[in-house]
Write a protein that binds this ligand. Structure first.
Ligand SMILES: Cc1cc2nc3c(=O)[nH]c(=O)nc-3n(C[C@H](O)[C@H](O)[C@H](O)COP(=O)(O)OP(=O)(O)OC[C@H]3O[C@@H](n4cnc5c(N)ncnc54)[C@H](O)[C@@H]3O)c2cc1C
Length: 521
């Protein structure tokens, strides 16, 4: 296995750089130890223009020209993955209103109550801001698919075990396939470490030094759309939080705190859930009545700084060159944001070309559409042409863009694939099959990010078994593997659910799981 560049980590920094480098003609290998986007990239809030932070004093949607420009690029190359989100930041007193960003348009109390009638009484008005949100997990998949279309090899569920060096230069990476146990050495004169929160541990194992400010963020997911607009508000300690409708759910988040444990162990806790609910209930009392379906935790990796609290840490990226440590050719891409990931990948690819001693090649990731972003897709026309419900077509288009037609043609050829596996998320059997064939699916749980399999309120009650059979047929699993994949999928869902259950409910669930565990053994 010979490459020009080996990228460690299949988050957006790694996959975005893989796409860029492949488009510039490099032979690229990506090693990802779990699923694509399994780290921060699949668990972030996805705001492209600041989210709740855009209302902070001295801030404003236009204050970060890089993020604003990149939001526009993303809308052009992957319009289906970006949605426009009108944000409101209510305030209860003149002082509170005056302390917020000064440039944003303001609404009075009456207009605010008309827009969001469920808010607590006594609010004086709100600031408004037009944000954009991106589907992080699908953006990772689109980048991986694009990188592969341009010649890169992308290997999910394959861990980088050791960066191999000779005479002060990197020469390759030893890898281990987590599913088959196969291992090997891939050779390349350049390696980019894009392992996010895992980077310090990986560096330590390779005798190198890399410091970050590791953190953790949690979102609480509530069933149903509780508001029409996204709402920004302050938590009990003044931290900027948001509550926003997404698909058929409401997302509430995100906590921020330092996390010095193993990033593989990042999980939401009950007190984080209580903290989020307390903050949101002060603004929108109905959240107390809403059904919490899961809590999503993600590992954050910010550049090292001594002093500032989590919220004040820089969100900028850094490219570290390890040549002085006897590892010429090894670069680390650390920190950054989802919103600016394309620009981060461009800078990383420029640096890789320099490290390889290659002439500069122009970056094309601004112009070349991501898969599905080539042409706008018309959900209503697809629904009519393929005889499916408009909501199912709309959900499919939001995930697949122009590739939705490719998915639906599978169902035209084999009507059994027109079966609707999940009414809530609009998942067709054809989408599962399409993901297995084209989207680097190796495990059943990978379908959580490909088509939202089993992430909704029902936890996969209707769809999980049927999807396991379909995936098994596509990927050549025997009955035992199908059963193991199904158990694994349910276990991942359970880990996201247990933090949202309260004491007695949790104890009963645990008991039930224990009883079922013994059945049939
Ligand atoms: C709660 C939260 C909210 C956020 N909100 C926003 C937001 O609103 N807007 C925004 O722009 N950004 C946001 N971010 C930040 C954004 O998500 C991150 O900047 C971005 O996803 C980082 O991508 P990455 O590729 O560097 O890291 P990751 O996505 O974490 O990817 C690193 C990958 O490396 C893999 N890996 C680790 N070790 C190995 C190994 N040895 N071999 C192979 N693979 C390995 C991991 O499995 C992981 O998939 C948020 C982050 C969090 C956690």
């Amino acid at each position: 296995m010979e490459f020009d560049l080996i990228i460690l980590g299949g988050g957006l920094n790694g996959l975005g750089t893989a796409r860029d480098a492949a488009l510039r003609g490099l032979r690229v290998l990506v090693l990802e130890k779990g699923d694509l986007g399994g780290g921060a990239s699949g668990s972030g809030s996805g705001w492209l223009r600041g989210g709740p932070r855009a209302f902070a004093a001295g801030a404003g949607p236009g204050d970060d020209p890089l993020a604003a420009g990149e939001a526009g690029v993303l809308e052009a190359i992957a319009p289906h993955l970006v949605s426009r989100v009108p944000f409101l930041r209510p305030f209860a007193s003149r002082d509170e209103g005056d302390a917020l960003a000064s440039g944003a348009p303001r609404l009075g109390a009456e207009a605010l109550a008309a827009l969001e009638p469920g808010l607590s009484p006594g609010l004086l008005g709100a600031l408004a801001h037009d944000d954009r949100a991106v589907d992080g997990p699908r953006l990772c998949v689109a980048n991986a698919r694009s990188a592969r279309d341009h010649g890169a090899e992308v290997r999910p569920w394959t861990e980088a075990r050791e960066v191999v060096r000779q005479d002060g230069r990197v020469v390759g990476v030893r890898w281990l396939d987590a599913l088959t146990g196969e291992s090997g050495l891939a050779r390349a004169p350049a390696v980019l470490d894009a392992t996010g929160a895992w980077a310090p541990g990986l560096a330590r194992r390779n005798g190198l030094a890399l410091r970050l400010r590791p953190g953790k963020g949690v979102h609480l997911v509530l069933a149903g759309r509780l508001t029409t607009h996204a709402l920004a508000f302050g938590a009990v300690d003044g931290r900027a939080l948001f509550l926003a409708p997404r698909g058929g759910e409401t997302w509430l988040g995100a906590t921020e705190g330092g996390f010095y444990g193993d990033p593989d162990d990042v999980e939401a806790t009950q007190d984080e859930v209580a903290y989020l609910l307390e903050g949101a209930a002060a603004l929108l009392p109905a959240v107390r009545e809403a059904r919490a379906t899961r809590a999503v935790a993600g590992p954050r990796a910010s550049r090292f700084e001594w002093g500032p609290g989590e919220e004040a840490l820089s969100r900028g990226h850094a490219l570290l060159d390890h040549a002085a440590e006897g590892a010429a050719g090894l670069l680390s891409l650390v920190g950054g944001q989802l919103s600016t990931a394309r620009a981060q990948a461009e800078a990383a690819t420029d640096a890789v070309l320099r490290a390889l001693g290659r002439p500069a090649v122009a970056c094309r990731t601004r112009e070349v559409a991501l898969p599905g972003g080539e042409t706008p897709a018309d959900a209503a026309a697809l629904a009519a042409a393929h005889g499916i419900a408009p909501l199912v077509a709309a959900r499919l288009v939001a995930r697949q863009g122009a590739l939705a037609g490719e998915v639906l043609r599978l169902a035209d050829d084999d009507p059994r694939l027109g079966l609707l596996l999940c009414r809530e998320e609009g998942i067709l059997a054809a989408e599962v099959v399409h993901a297995c064939r084209h989207e680097l699916v190796r495990r059943l749980r990978d379908l959580r990010t490909r088509c939202r399999l089993a992430v909704g309120g029902c936890g996969g009650l209707d769809c999980a078994r049927a999807a396991a059979q379909l995936a098994g047929r596509e990927l050549g699993w025997d009955a035992e593997r199908v059963r193991a994949e199904l158990a694994d999928l349910l276990e991942v869902g359970w880990r996201e659910r247990r933090a949202v259950l309260d004491g007695a409910q949790l104890a009963q669930e645990e008991l039930l799981r224990g009883a079922h565990w013994g059945v049939g053994r």
